[in-house]
Structures are given as structure tokens and as C-alpha cells.
Design a protein around this ligand. Sequence first.
Ligand code: NDP
Length: 591
Amino acid sequence: MSEAQEKPLIGTMDGLSKPKKPQSYYDAIKQKFTEERDLRLDYRPEGTQQYTSDLTGSFARYETDPYGGEIVPREPINDTVECLFIGGGFSALLTSARLREYGVESIRIVERGADVGGTWYWNRYPGVACDVISYDYLPLLDEMDYVPKHHYARGPEILAHCQAIARRYNLYELAVFQTTVTSTIWNEEEEMWQLTTDRGDHMKARFVICANGTLSKPKLSKIKGMESFTGHSFHTSRWDYDYTREDLSGLEDKVVGIIGTGATAVQAIPGLGASSKELYVFQRTPSSIDIRDDWPTDPNWARKLKPGWQAKRRERAMRGPRLTEEQRAARAAMSREEKIQRQENANIDYMMRIHKRIDEVVKDKATANALKPWYMFMCKRPCFHNDYLPTFNRPNVHLVDTHGKGITEITAKGPVFDGTQYELDVLIYATGFEVQKTGIYNQIRGENGLDLNDKYSSGIRTLLGIHSQGYPNLFIMGGYQASFQFNLTDMLQSQGDHIAACIDYVRRHDYQSLDVTSEAEEWWVQEVIHHRGKTTRNQDCTPGYYNFEGEFQRRQDGNYNGGFPKYVTHLKEVRAQMAENFVFTKERINQ
Ligand code: NDP
């Protein structure tokens, strides 16, 4: 690989620079993007219904925890805590850290897994890593006095960081693991939340934070005959190391298949290719693969970091790149249409560089062509890996490109495509996760017993994606109507800071509860609708979970698209006017 190639392509993408080719060139590629999208929409008109995340019955094993060991027996818990987190991933850890700073002592995490970590607890597939720069992605680095070992952190380091946060903030003391919350019901008289779990618990909490993650429930593509497969199979988020062995040596004599080529598969496939006797990769839509410029952290750089360095990095990132006077003037002179066209053209230039790199790396021309993504950058989660594309040069690795159709049949022996039966020893589902729509996986009933799902049935209604009227002292993290951020922990940290500050406000004022006003909620719903009007991504993109598999969505049932810096400003503004945006119980009693 040449030096120029080692530079990540993404760094060279300038949204508003002059197009390098005639407009007809870009229009032709855009047309091809549309055709490829339409092909996929035609193949799977079921939209999100093509998947199931109801992993019960014969599918239950795809969700069983392979990491936590036997369920540890314990007596049901019947007690009261002040703050209860549903889920023990970064959302809970970040917010708890802030709550501790405010002096909150009674904090409980209720977690389905056997430890904290969330995503990083469940996703332990070979090669698991984060492709957001570790100094930005790993939260609380200042507080934890920790500098990640590499520019991009591996999964085990991130999980260890989660555990270190839980120890540092004393979160293990009240935590309850191997436990799933089944209902969260507001008791209006006591002004407390009452929670039940699958372990027979009846817990009470004054504040409940839904911290159960955006992509935490594994899903499977509904494929005809999948139950009949007699080989071994598992989902990537429940990796069966008993079968593969830790170093994957268990696959040396195995014919392995993997369904899916999203961000998870891209990280798992190089290890599988190097370890399996034969590997079949069943692809429906290729991911875009850019270079991953990783390096070990320079100890001299790390030593020189001053206290507060990560917070300063975040502030700088929030400000965005500095433009010259000339660039600012050029942008101001452009019409909105011209800006959109230039951005689209730059996006296409970037995707064509991704194509060029595939041609340079992958030797077999047909395989190289099949690996080329035909959609705009960011229609799907972009991937970064140096070993993924070269893996397809291995003689034991076979790409089965289904060109948008996907695997639609599995027999006792394995998947069938285009009349060919692929006989496998093991089939790995890299088919992703259900996208949480409402921030909830359990029944949440607020004032007047109204189920949050029922409230949302005519459209999601929240303030900032966090508060929903009629659900006092309930906070939702990472859900819709919040901002989308490539570095998710940035978003979660901002929400965690906000939630902790709200709870502190209620405690300092001796209120029992806070609930958002209907006016504030309505304002935010309109903000979300207004900013979603700006994007055409949903309509133009190839189907995937980013755009609800191409299904029609109400404009309010998605993320806030006004930009992350603006979202953070709104969080601050809402907090600056607590009395206008929320009602508190004392006020209600006095009325
Ligand atoms: P995805 O939902 O992104 O991918 C699922 C894959 O399964 C897609 O390639 C999909 O194809 C394919 N698929 C589904 N059904 C079939 C079928 N019947 N036949 C063939 N293929 C099929 O899930 P992932 O687990 O890969 O990633 C989920 C998210 O997790 C990422 O988007 C990212 O946000 C996060 N992640 C982040 C990482 C990081 O580095 N930070 C690493 C790994 C994951 P199609 O595209 O056609 O729908």
C-alpha cells in the first residue's frame, strides 16, 4: 500500500469544493444509486418486518448469554432506591458518574447481562473494536485518569474501562445483574416508579433512567427453513467461543458461513477468513470500507496531557473545522441548491475513491465489483478496516453476492442461493439489532396508566428525546428525537450531564418530581419535524436500519437533525429555564 493510500479517504472529503467532473458524470452515478436502492426495496417489501427480534422458543438460544455463566440464584428484591438505571452500558455509567458528583448515593443498575458494559459486554466477536477515535469514544478519561492504549480501542479494553468506571463510582454495590426489567409503572400516590423484573423483584425508584441502548436486542432475518439447519449457529453478539475456541482454532476444520456484511461482519470476517477451513460470506449490500489508521498511543504524548484534555477535545470537535474568510464568503454566495449539489458530488467522489481502493486491493475482478457499495456515503454505517478487503484474496474465502436479494432459504445443510446449496458446519448471523424506537423494551405506564407505547402510537412525543409528558422523573437515553452523533458517547455524555443536572435540581429544590410541560414537548416535536424536513436521506438511501428499511415514517419518529452542537445548546437552554419547561410536584400541590 502506498503512503497516499494509507491516509484515510474520509479526511479528504470537502463537502463544498468545486466538482472534479462534469455534472453528467455525477448524475449517472446517482441514477445507478437509485436503481440499486429500488432493486433492494423490490426484493424486500416487508421493510422492518423482514426481521424478528422475538427470540423465544427455538430462537431463544440466539439471545442466551454465553459469557455470564450460570444464573446466580438470589432472593427477589423488594426495596427502594433513589435512581434506577435500566441497563448498565455507557448511558448508565456516564450519568451515574455525574450523579455521584452531585452527591447522589442511592444508585442501582439493573442489567440483563452478568456485568456492566452494555454493547461491549455483549459484542465480543473476534476483532471487535471501535472505529471512533478512542480518545473521543471512551468517556470519562479525565475523571478516570486513563489514556487508551491505541488510537482505536479494542473491545476488551472498552469493556475493562466500563468495569473500571463502575468500580471507581461504586456502582457494583447496588447493581443487579442477570435481571431484565419487565414493567415500570408510575404510582401517582407515592410519586414513585414501581418496577418488576424477570427475577420476581418488586423495586421502587424515585427516578428511572431508560439506559438500555439503541442497538441492544439481536435480530434475525426471517429466512425460510432457518430452524431446520442441523449445523451449529449463533448471532455475532452471543459469540460461541466454546465452539470456535478463543483463538478460533476450533474452526480449522470447519466450513463457516456468515450472513451479513455490516460493521460487525467487517470486523469479524478477517479473523474468520484466517482461521476457517472455508469461509462463505453471504452479502446482500456491501459496506463502504475505508482505511483504519491505527497506532499505539505514544507514551510521551500521553504523559504531556494536561488535566481536562478530553473535555477540551470535545469542545474543539463541537466547534467544527475553522473556515478561512475566503471559504466563508464562497459559502455565503452559494444558493441552497448549489450547496446540496456540491455536497452530493463530493459524496459521490468519496464513494468512487472507495471503489478505486477495492480495485487496487481485491485481485479477482468479479469479487471486487461485487464488493462496491452503490449508495451515498452515510446511507449505511461507514466501516474502516485494513484487513477486510485483502481477506477476499484468500483462496479459502468465498464471497456469495446475492446482489440485494439476500439469503431467502436455509435447509438442513445450510443456505441456498441461486440454486446452489452451501453446506456448512456453522452459520453465523451478523444480521444486526433491533433499533429501539421508544427507548424502551419493557412496559412503561405513566400517569393514568398510559402505556408509553400507546402514547407514541400516534407519533413520538418528547422534550429533547429525554422527557415525555405524563412520565414524571423518567428519562430516556439514546432514543429518537435526540440528536444523532457518529461518536455516540458524546451524545450520551451530553444527555447524562443533562439528566444528572435535572435530578440535582429536583433534589435541591425539595421537589418530589419533575414532568415536562405539554408546551415544551410540543415545541420540541415541531423542532424535530422542522429539521427532518431538511434531509432527503430517508427517501434516497438504500434500505437499512438507518432509514427503517425504507419504510414510511412520520417525520417526528426519528432523530433530531438540527445538528449535535445545536442539540447541546438546546439542552443547556432548557436547563436554564427549568421553571418554564417543567412542572414540579410542589407546584401542583400548591395549585
Ligand atoms: P447491520 O444491521 O449494520 O448489518 C446487518 C447485515 O445483515 C447487513 O449487511 C444486511 O444486509 C445483512 N442481512 C440481513 N438479512 C440478510 C439476508 N437475508 N441475507 C444476507 N444478508 C442479510 O448490523 P451490524 O451488527 O453489522 O452493525 C450494527 C451497528 O453496530 C453498526 O451500524 C454500528 O452502529 C454498530 N457497530 C459499530 C462498530 C464500531 O466500530 N463502532 C463495529 C460494529 C458495529 P443489508 O445491508 O442489505 O440490509
